[in-house]
Structures are given as C-alpha cells and as structure tokens.
Design a protein around this ligand. Sequence first.
Ligand SMILES: Cc1ncc(C[n+]2csc(CCOP(=O)(O)OP(=O)(O)O)c2C)c(N)n1
Ligand SMILES: [Mg+2]
Length: 536
Amino acid sequence: MDAHGGRLAVEVLQRHGVDAMFTLSGGHLFVLYDGAVQADLRLIDVRHEQTATFAAEGWAKVTRRLGCAAITAGPGVTNGVSAMTAAWMNGSPLVVLGGRAPQRRWGAGSLQELDHVPIVAPVTKAAVTATSGESIVAELDALCRAATTPHRGPVFLDIPLDAFGPAAVDVPAVDGPPRGDTPDPDAIAQVAKLVAAASRPALVAGGDVYWAGAEGALRAFVETARVPTFVNGMGRGTLPADHELAFSRARSIALKEADLVLVAGTPLDFRLGFGRFGDAQVVHLCDAASQVAAHADLAASIAGDLAQTFAALADAGAPSTDRNDWAARLRDDEEAKRAAEADGLAADADPIKPTRIYGELRKRLDRDAIVIGDGGDFVSFAGRVWETWEPGTWMDPGPYGCLGAGPGQAIGAKLAHPERQVCLLLGDGAFGFSGMEFDTMARHNLPVVAVMGNNGIWALEKHPMEWLYGYSVAADLRPGTRYDEVVRALGGHGELVERPDQLRAALARAFEAGRPALVNVLTDPAVAYPRRSSLA
Ligand SMILES: Cc1ncc(C[n+]2csc(CCOP(=O)(O)OP(=O)(O)O)c2C)c(N)n1
Ligand SMILES: [Mg+2]
C-alpha cells in the first residue's frame, strides 16, 4: 500500500479486527483521522482521554477483540494512563496510539514534547515510538499481535508528527487472533490426578477464561468432574448463574472448607486472599507462564490456552470420589443466603435501600443485558447480588479499581451491541470523573441507561473511616444533587427517584427514552456495605 502513515496505521488496525477508534482530538492526530476517514474506520470522539481508553477497553471486553484508542501527545497520553493501567491489570487487549512531537526537533521544546514510552512501559506489554511509514506498519502489526496473544494486555505506539510521511509498504495479512500455547500434558495429568482425588474441590474462573473463549470447555470440565464453581470479574457468565454447579454466595464456606481449589484465568491477588484457602491444595491454571503466581504455595499449575486446558481436564473423566454431599452443603448455604437477600431486593423503606434498585433491575433487564459498575458501595452491593447469565455481560473496573471507568466502558459496550440493553450502575461520586460523557453518548446516539445510587457521600470511604477513626473527613458530597438535570442539559433523559414506589416507572421511561438516560435514585446514606476487613 502506498499511502501516508495515518492511512497505513488504519490499514494495520483494520486487519486486526479494529472497527472503531475512540479518541479526543489534537493536532498530532489529524493524519491518523484522515486515514480513518479514507478507510471508513468509525471515530468516536469523547470528552476526556481516560474515556477514550476506557471505551476501547469496554469495546474489547464485549467483543473479545482488540480495542483501540488514539490520544494526543503529552496530556492526552498522560490522561490515558489510568485506563491503560486498568487494562494491564485486566489483561484486556488494547492498542493505544499516541501523538508525539516531531523527532526532527526533539529536545528543542516543541509543544507537548514528552517521551511517553517510559511512562507507559510498566503498564503495557510493549511501548514503542514509530520513526517512519515503514516503521508504523511493522511496529503496529507486531504490537497488535502482542496485545491479542495470551496473556493479553494493552500496547502503546506513539507516532511523531514527522513520521507520518508517505511510504509504500506491504501490510501483513492477519490470520485471526493468536491462540495460547498448548498446555504441557504432564502438567495436565498432574492436575487431573489432584482433581480425581479431591473430595471437596472448588473452582474459581476469572477473566482469562472468558478472553480465551473457554466457556464451553469450562462447562464440560465442571460437569464431568462435578466441581462447584465460582466466577469473578470478566469470568462472570462463563458458567450461567442458574447452572447446578454455579455458586456465588457460598464462596466463603467453599474456599474455607475445600480440599482442592483450582483458580483459572485470574491472579491469586487480594480478591482471592493472595492464594491461601484454609488447608486446601491450590492449583493455578493460567493462559501464560508469566501469570502463574510466584507468591503462592501451589500444588500444581498449568500454563497455556485455557480452552485446551479445560478440554483436556474434562477428557480425564469422572471423579472417583463422591462429591454430592459437598455440592449439597454448598447449595444449602447458597440458598439460605439468597433467601436472606429477598427482603432487601424488595425493600420499600424510605429513604431507598440500594438493594431495592437491583430488585427492580432484575425485573427489567434481559438475560443478555450488559451491566457495568462504576462506584463504591453501590457497586459492591450490586456485584454481590447481580446474577450473570451470559459471558461478557458484567463489567467492573477490575483490580485497579479506577472510578470513572464506567461511562467509557458503557460507550464501548453500546457501540458494539446497539441492540442490547446496556445498564451503567453509577455512584454519585463516580459520576464526577466522567459525567460529561453523557454528552458523548447523546452525540453518538448511544442510549445507555445509567442508574445512580445517589447517597450524597463517598460511602465506601466514609463508613470505614468512621469505623476506624470515629469520624470522617473528605467523604461528603452534596446530598440530593440533580445529576439527572445535568444529563438532561447534555442532551439525555433524566429521572429523579425519591421514593421506592417511583422506581419502576422511572426505569421503564429511561429504557424507553431512546436516548442516554440517568435515573438519579436518592438512596439511604446510612446503609454501609458489610466488609470482611477494615480496609476493604
Ligand atoms: C480514581 C479513584 N479515586 C479514588 C478512589 C477511592 N474510592 C473507592 S470507592 C470510593 C467512593 C465512591 O463513591 P460513590 O461513587 O459515590 O459510591 P458509594 O460508595 O457512595 O456507593 C472512592 C473515593 C478510587 N477507587 N478511584
Ligand atoms: Mg456515593
């Protein structure tokens, strides 16, 4: 192809399955935009570079394809760093293109002259500066392959203004996304033996199971080996919540009493007690050797394509031990805890309990609705009670826990799946980081429905600080702020809900509005999320 560097870059991206570029303008990006216009690559312009990058991740998360953001030199790139870090910790495949001051004058003090590469290197799989049209093609192609190779993650390429010059370059063909390595048969045999011998096994399946498209193989393994299963993060929905071996509430008992815990496709981090589960033997199943926990005491591990791993473990056959009592014990605990939640989901207390909102949403949302959480306690509660039925339908910021990710992720999700409901659960504090993105949703006709738990505080910080210190500071917001009016001013639909009996009709109107909507629900600030540790 004989073209300028912007067009060449877009050609490489399209061959890697990119069909949307999330961006915020800056002169350093004009050539890239021209390339996008020439090749009909959709541009979605947002109001903050963090959103461009979060939206690219949201798009990747619901399509299981490579997401793409383009952000301008200097502050554009540094504004994208939190979202790149989140993608790094989530193992989300993402290519971020940055503008860059011209190389010819480097050091003379051009506008926004900053070497981005060392800033983003620790939070990307690879970060490179292009130097010419040829280099744009070669580097970008290699970076896209790296981003989509298990273990996946973000990559970064910045392109100096004077490296966009025309070039005649062969753009490499792309033969689908790369698969993971074939797992070692000896490691499979070792794990199969542990599984066969266990009497109280449990499995935790996380995001890399989803990214690998391994839900079918996971299910085959779970059903053959009769292993009670829990899911976390993007792993939610890989086994539907109503599967006979899917559990969520019984997690603490399961992980305390199990004699074997298999953790697949998610790190043994703080969310999993750093990999200690009572006296259980622990097995880590990862999509790449780099992901196997070095800090945990492992009985075994397997690194490689998770679909192949689960298929091979399923082939090992049925267990020799009887696990029915174990599964029944967990089912009793699960059912008891679900029954205890029923009152909260139906609560008609005034002020409104956040749980009532999820009760109403359950009735309103389809099985394939995409639910995104961005907030503190409001989202912790939701994560606990929300049932996920299908892969790729629950999204939270992940272990980096960056507030403000939600609107971008919702933009990416709705763009990828315009026919499905996209519901954004928002804290009133969280709204402040990316609230302007309702303008983006309105301009691009993305009717996301946001439901806000507006308690007038940063609850996830206020309650623990009061518990620890007997008082709190820097933890209050304005009670009753009319965020619904903000959204209306930005071209969306707004609803204010002050009493529980108003909730159902307000949600119905929001979902029927055909515009981005915010249902601003004034919730009870006294409700504190029950925490396992003081600094959750
Ligand atoms: C970017 C960022 N800043 C600060 C925090 C710390 N933090 C975690 S939850 C939380 C409170 C969120 O408040 P809100 O969105 O209103 O939800 P609530 O807890 O009140 O339900 C804060 C400040 C964070 N996780 N991310
Ligand atoms: Mg709040």
